[in-house]
Ligand binder design. Structure first.
Ligand SMILES: Cc1ncc(COP(=O)(O)O)c(C=O)c1O
Length: 371
C-alpha cells in the first residue's frame, strides 16, 4: 500500500539522532521548559523569520494562546475560513471569540476578495485568522495590506505550511503572530504533540510564555488565566536535532512529488492543484473529483494500492458542535468551500515516497473511469 504517511521509514532515517536527543534530555534531568525548549525556540525563530518563537503543547493551543496574547476578548468577531481542521475554529472559541466564515478561493484557501468585502462592510472584526491550507501560502503581501488597510490584526494559521512563502515573503511574517503545529503528520511533525507561536512582538511573546504556563509571569505569580500547554524538553530536543535540520530536504522532496503528479496525472475526470506555486510546501496534494464520485475514486485508489483521505468532508460551520454552541456567523454562501468538501481527495505526498510509488499513484489516477 502507498501510505499517506510513513512514520516507520521516517524513524529509520532519524533513529540515531532522535535516540541521541532522548539520551541527552534523560541525562540532563531537565524535562519541562529547560534548555532544549529554549534552544529549539531560538532555532525555529531563526528558520521562520519572526524574532520570537514560543513552544506550546500543540497547534490548537498555539492559535488560542496567540489570539489571547494579542488581546482577543470574549465576544469579539474573528474572520476565518470554513474549510480547515476544526482546531482553527476551536481556538477562536477557546479565546471566547466568535468565528465568522467567508468562502474559499479556487485553491480551497480563504478567499481574500471575500475577506476584503467583509472587512469593508463591517468595521467590527477584531482579528483575521487565515489558514495556509494544504501547505499553500495565501498571497501574503495582499494579506498584510488588507490587515493594515482595515486595522485588523492577523494571526496566521501555518500549521500546514511551515517553510512556505509567497513572492519571497515567508508565511508567519505578515501578522501579529503565527501558529505552527508539530502533529506527527505535519511537514515538521514530532513524535507526539507539539506546536509553537511565532511573533515579532516581545510583549506578545512574553504573554504567550505566561499563558502556556498557568498564566505565571514569574514563579507563583499568576497575572493571567493561563493553561498548561508547554512543549516538552524531549520533543524540543528531537525537533532541534533530528527533525528541523531535515525540513528543507523534506519540503523539497514534497515539491518534486507534486510536480511529478501535476505532470503525470492527465485524467479529465480529475482536477489537480495548480503547479505554479513555487513557495508551496505541499503538506497535502488535494485533487477534485466530480460531485458524487469521491467514494468510488477512493475505492479505485485503494484497489490499486493507494491510500487517500478527505480534507475536509464537512464545513466547520456545519459541524454539530458548532451548531449546538450557536455563536458563529456565516457571511456568504460558502459555495466553493462546500464544493471542496464534496469533491476533494488527498493523495499520498510524504517525502519517503519512492519513484515506483509515485508511478503507482499516477497510474491509479489515470486508470480511473467514473461510472
Ligand atoms: C490548519 C490546522 N490548524 C490547526 C491544527 C491544530 O494542530 P494540532 O493538532 O497540533 O493541535 C491543525 C492540525 O490538525 C491544522 O491542520
Amino acid at each position: 500500500m502507498v501510505l499517506l504517511n510513513d512514520f516507520v521509514r521516517q524513524w529509520a532515517e532519524i533513529d540515531r539522532d532522535a535516540t541521541a536527543a532522548l539520551a541527552a534530555v534523560g541525562a540532563s534531568g531537565y524535562y519541562i521548559l529547560g534548555p532544549s525548549v529554549a534552544a529549539f525556540e531560538e532555532r525555529l525563530a531563526r528558520l521562520c523569520g519572526p524574532r520570537h518563537a514560543v513552544g506550546v503543547g500543540n497547534g490548537l493551543d498555539a492559535i488560542a494562546i496567540g489570539l489571547r496574547a494579542a488581546g482577543c476578548q470574549p465576544g469579539q468577531r474573528v474572520l476565518t475560513t470554513p474549510l480547515s481542521a476544526f482546531a482553527t475554529t476551536l481556538a477562536i472559541l477557546q479565546a471566547g471569540a466568535v468565528p465568522c466564515f467567508v468562502d474559499v478561493d479556487r485553491d480551497g484557501l480563504l478567499d481574500l476578495d471575500r475577506v476584503e468585502e467583509a472587512l469593508a462592510r463591517s468595521p467590527s472584526f477584531a482579528f483575521l485568522l487565515p489558514v495556509h491550507l494544504y501547505g499553500r501560502p495565501l498571497a501574503l503581501r495582499r494579506l498584510r495590506a488588507l490587515g493594515e488597510r482595515f486595522g485588523v490584526p492577523i494571526i496566521e494559521d501555518c500549521a500546514q505550511a511551515i517553510g512556505a512563502s509567497h513572492d519571497g515573503v515567508p508565511v508567519g511574517t505578515v501578522g501579529v503572530a503565527a501558529a505552527l503545529s508539530f502533529y506527527p503528520t505535519k511537514n515538521l511533525g514530532c513524535l507526539g504533540d507539539g506546536g509553537a507561536l511565532l511573533t515579532e512582538d516581545a510583549g506578545l511573546a512574553e504573554r504567550a510564555r505566561a499563558l502556556r504556563n498557568y498564566g505565571q509571569s514569574s514563579r507563583y505569580r499568576h497575572d493571567h488565566i493561563g493553561c498548561n500547554s508547554r512543549l516538552d524538553e524531549l520533543q524540543a530536543a528531537i525537533l532541534s536535532t533530528a527533525l528541523l535540520p531535515r525540513l528543507a530536504g523534506w519540503n523539497a522532496r514534497r515539491g518534486a512529488i507534486a510536480q511529478a503528479y501535476c505532470r503525470g496525472i492527465a485524467n479529465p475526470a480529475l482536477a489537480t492543484p495548480r503547479a505554479d506555486c513555487p513557495g508551496a510546501v505541499w503538506h497535502l496534494f488535494p485533487v477534485l473529483v466530480r460531485q458524487g464520485e469521491r467514494e468510488a475514486f477512493a475505492a479505485h485508489l485503494a484497489a490499486h494500492g493507494v491510500q487517500s483521505a478527505v480534507h475536509y468532508p464537512r464545513l466547520i460551520p456545519e459541524q454539530a458542535a458548532l451548531r449546538t454552541y450557536g455563536k458563529y456567523e456565516v457571511l456568504d454562501s460558502l459555495e466553493r468551500a462546500r464544493e471542496f468538501a464534496a469533491r476533494e481527495l488527498s493523495l499520498p505526498i510524504h517525502p519517503y515516497l519512492t519513484a515506483l510509488e509515485i508511478d503507482t499513484v499516477v497510474a491509479a489516477c489515470n486508470s480511473w473511469r467514473p461510472a
